[in-house]
Design a protein around this ligand. Structure first.
Ligand SMILES: [Zn+2]
Length: 166
């Protein structure tokens, strides 16, 4: 999950923006008219789909991390309900319907993206690949591999703590 950043020029006067740093809380300023741009974080939902002591992983067929196993996730559209975005992303990626069972937590500060992690269970549908996902598999909690995104290790550690409590 990386952010596309094309905003190198001032939309006010066409001047060059300075002070751009996509990973930090930077507010680029135009070198001509001094207009300051406030860069909002992006919001993404991560969905841990659970079945007994297993979770669903998908093999990504889009960048970033093409070909790697990952949790299901996607950006929340402006104005969209976050839980609805989570459910929509699962449907788009593997064509199943899920119901959200729990909010695990919010992860932020390491990238321009604020991640909201939900647990969910499948309610209907048959797992299928899509143009975002080339494969899927259920993995046991104890067999979850190292996952590629910056918050993934913390997300999985927290998930396992919660799972072992209940
Ligand atoms: Zn300007």
């Amino acid at each position: 999950m990386t952010q596309k950043y094309n905003n190198n020029f001032c939309s006010n006067c066409g001047g060059k923006l300075i002070g751009i740093d996509i990973l930090k809380a930077s507010n680029p300023t135009c070198d001509k008219c001094n207009f300051t741009y406030y860069e909002d974080p992006k919001v993404a939902a991560v969905i841990i789909v659970k079945k007994q002591n297993q979770i669903l992983l998908v093999k990504r067929s889009i960048e970033p991390h093409f070909g790697k196993w990952s949790l299901l996730s996607g950006y929340v559209n402006r104005g969209e309900n976050v839980e609805s975005a989570a459910i929509r992303e699962v449907k788009e990626e593997v064509d199943i319907d899920v119901s959200i069972t729990e909010l695990q937590g919010v992860y932020s500060g390491l990238s321009p993206v604020v991640i909201i992690v939900f647990h969910a269970t499948q309610t209907s549908g048959i797992l299928s690949i899509s143009n975002e996902v080339s494969d899927f598999k259920w993995v046991k909690n104890e067999d979850i591999p190292k996952l590629p995104f910056v918050y993934d290790q913390q997300i999985i550690e927290d998930y396992l703590l919660i799972s072992n409590r209940t």
